[in-house]
Structure formats: C-alpha cells, structure tokens
Write a protein that binds this ligand. Sequence first.
Ligand code: ARG
Length: 579
Amino acid sequence: MTDLRQHVADRIAEALGVSTEAEKAAIQLTPPKNRAHGDVALGMFQLAKMRGIAPPALAEELCAKLGDGDAVIESVQTAGPFVNIRYRRAALAEQMVGGVLTDAAPFGPATPSGRTIVIDFSSPNIAKPFHMGHLRSTVIGASLCRIHRHVGDTVHGVNHLGDWGMPFAKMMTAWMRFGDEAELKKAPMRHMFDLYVRYGQEVKQHPELDAEAAAHFKALESGEDNEERRMWQFLRDESLKAFQGPYDRLRVTFDHMTGESFYEDKMEPAMERVSVAGVLEIDDGAEVVKLEELGIKVPCILRKTDGTTLYHTRDLAAAFYRDQTFQPDRILYVVGAEQRLHFEQLKGVLKRMGEALADKIEHVPFGLILARNEESGKWEKFASRGGNAIFLDEVLDEAVGQVRRIIADKNPDLPDADAVAEQVGVGAIVFNDLKNSRIKDVKFDWEQMLNFDGETGPYVQYAVARLASILEKSGVDLDATTALLEGVDWEHLADADEVLLTMAEFGPAVQRAAEQSEPSVITNLMIQLAGSIHAYLKEHHVLRAEPEVRAARLALVGAARRLLQTGLGLIGVAAPDSM
Ligand code: ARG
C-alpha cells in the first residue's frame, strides 16, 4: 500500500462505482495548493461532466460515501467542486518509512510492466571530440534508461555512434593527409580534434578535399577490404577507447554499441521496403521521399546521386531493425533540438509508407549548454571556437578540482577525499544538467552549480552525508536498513509531515519522469526532500530524543537517506556517505 495516492484513488473509484477506464483516468489526485486543506485533492469537474451533474454535488456525494473506517484516510472535506483528503498520520509514516526501508515499489523497482522501450542516446560522432551536446544526450538518456527500468520497463539503451557517412569520411581524409600516429596514441581526442579543425581550414583553400572524402566514403561503402576499411576500423577502435573514460566517470553503460556502420548491410533492404511502399521518387538523380503532404517542406533524401547513403538512410534502417529485434512500444531519440527536422522527416517517411512504427518514434529534444563569455559577460553556446576545444574530460577535471579545493578547506581530514571529490564534482555537472526541464538551455555556471547551499548536486549529496553521520553516531549499521523499523511507534512521526508528504510524491514523480522523458521531475523532488529533512532536523533532535521518539526519528532519517540515494541513483549522481 506504499502508494497512498493509488489507495485513495481505488477507494474513490469504489465509492463512486467507477467502472469505465475513462472515469478511472479522471481520478487524478494532486496535492492541494494550500496544504492546510489536505494532503491530496480531487477536482470533480471531469467526472461530474461525464455523469452530467454539477461538480459540487458530486463532491458532496463522494464526501458522504468516503472515509469512515479506512486505514489510510483520516478525513474528507469538500471545498466547492474539490474534495480534500487527509491521510492518517501514523499510516502515512508507516507506509512511507516502511516502504522506503523495505525497497517496496514505487521506492524500489516495480514488477515488470510488460512494456519495452528503446532509448537512443549519447551517440557521438567517432573520430571527433565528445562535445557538450553529447554530454547532455548522455546524461539525459542514461537517466531515462534507469527511470524506465525502475518503473518495470524492459530497456534497450543504444549508442548510435556516428561511425559512417561523410562526416566520418572527412575525418578519414584529414587523417590520411595530416595524421600523426604518435600524436594519436598520445592524446587521441586532442589529435582528432586538431585534424578536424585542420580539415575545416584546408577545405577553404582546397575544396577538392570534399570530393576526396566522398571518394573515400564510396570506397568504404563498397564493402571491399581496402585501405579505407582498415582506416575506419583503426579510427573507430581508438575513438571508442577514448570515449570510455568519460562514460566511466559519468557511470554510463549501454546495452548495444550499434553505430551507423552496423546498418551497412541493412540499408538495401530498407530502401527496398520504401520502394515497394511506392513512396520513393527520383529527384535530380537522388532518391527521395517527398513529405509535403505531411506539411514538411524538405524532402527526405535517402540516396545521393553518386549512389551513397546518408544519415537518414541509416536511421531508417535502424528504426526497422529495432522494431523487428526488440518489438518496442516506444523508441526515444535523445538528440538536441537542432535535429528536430531530421526526426520529423524520419517519422514522415514511415507515415507515408503506412508503417505503424511511425507512431513509436519520439524525438526527445533538449536545449544547449551555455557558457559565459569572459569579455561580454553574455551567455553563449558552449562551443569550440578557433581551436579552443572543450574536452569533456577537462570539464569534469575542472569540477573535480574545484570540489577538491572546497573539501581541503572545509573538511581537511576527510578520508578518501579524492574519490569523494570525483563523485561530487562529476555529480554537480550531471545534477546541473538535469535540474531544469530538458528543453531549456543549461547555464554552465561553476559557482552556482558547486554551491553547497544552492539547489545543487553537492547540496543534496551533503544531505545524504549528514543523515549517514546521524545513523552512524546512533550505532546502527548503515546497511541494515530494515532493522530501523523494529518496534517503531509511528505516532511519533506526526510532526514529520513535510518529509513524509515529499516522500509520497516519489512514485508519481517517477511515473511522470518516465512518461514525459523528464528526469528533472526527480531532480527537483530530491531538492525538496533534502530541504524538508534539513528543516526537520533543525527543529527536532534525533540522537538526544527519548528512546521511543529517537527510534521513530532514526527510521525517518534512514528512510530519507535511502530515498535520496535512490533518487540520485536514477539521475546518475553518486551519493557518498561522507563528504
Ligand atoms: N551522431 C549524431 C550527432 O552527433 C547523433 C545521432 C543521434 N541518433 C540517431 N539515431 N540519429 O549529431
């Protein structure tokens, strides 16, 4: 019964004799604006409309039928068209603290939902530096994988590496002309970035370089065992090795490392399918699908005049492959908002083909990362200007370095200070990324994101450490969470409303995060939970309280620590027990 809201919703359905799915869906309980009115409220508008009665009348009817003798519901009141419900305090405490400490759903993972979801994320272009946009995709996508697993979905996290096509061919051309093997071995990302910049400069003087790249790509795509293929393998291997560092530091893993090259032999059958569907047209020698009838002006090019394939061709083959192999309910593409048209076109092609698959495809766009321009003070796209590359590892190092200095200052005797600084520094960046709704741009403001008192990763992590320290001082074993529940009298937590009601929001928050692909819902709940437990501890002693009260409060402290760990875990932030 740890989902109190579900329990109340079920009781309401019972009381009103709700039988249809539509009526059931209209029972949406939310916290009332004014908490003094109750713990959850239901606006009767939708249900009343379905039944053809006035909302206040239905509210009165519900109020009369609900309440008496329920284990959870303490009181029910109407306020015009609203019904306000208050939980019994002891039941609230027992269900929340007990639920969290025993890892019952929604605090622990749910039973299998039967849904399958593919999440395409990170997907950097090989042989190019891992840029900040890929950082966002990596962090958001990895979090969505964890959130969906938590709600019981089967998840396939896919890294759709950009390891094919013209961008890669240009890189190969630069490598063949200007590459230096020793440099590459020494600092692969740096050297690849230098080559990338060099190509951009040289091609201005020597436009024939692009034709050379196209020829290399054609040779690569011929499928023959040639110089291009060996080069491709070499650059791919080196890049993957280089990406692994940031992935490890961000605690990100993938279920499938299937990049664009994986679809080399799957593009012909995909093209065949488009052709059979009768939507492929020749336009100026290229093979395209026109999308005007869907309101998309730009046609989707699937094969160029020279016979080579494109980014779209691979995405189309990938969509078919994923649909067949994983039979997913949804396929999410966690890719920057600047690729909106690309995914509209992909969906459009499938729609024109009459494929049901079109409806499963969801672009999950996000905003830019902005950095402050030192001179103008303005916020600008975090970009690599004039060869000043931003390497993800360097950004992570910077955060960790700053945290290391803060620790040296505030807590010089902290054991394992380097490991903690790594967790807090990297965590601060991840947290900052997932704090606002993803479509918003993220400001990369060092001072703000490392502020231990702000709405930051360090602030929430610090709450975990504080709670762990109280538990340690009390003499309980940090890992024996359920032992905290023994013999607790829940009436003693009647004063912990704020914390308990915040915990009650966890289940709905995780659901919403999954449905809307919005990890920020969880991030914000963690800020609230940390805030409410800090506030509680300001007003209430734990260790010095009477034995019975102390036991109840220790259980609350243990539950708050556990739930903060779980929430931080879902967004991919470590939760050290001391810092
Ligand atoms: N490699 C692409 C880029 O860096 C992102 C790929 C996203 N995934 C996809 N299926 N198109 O822009």
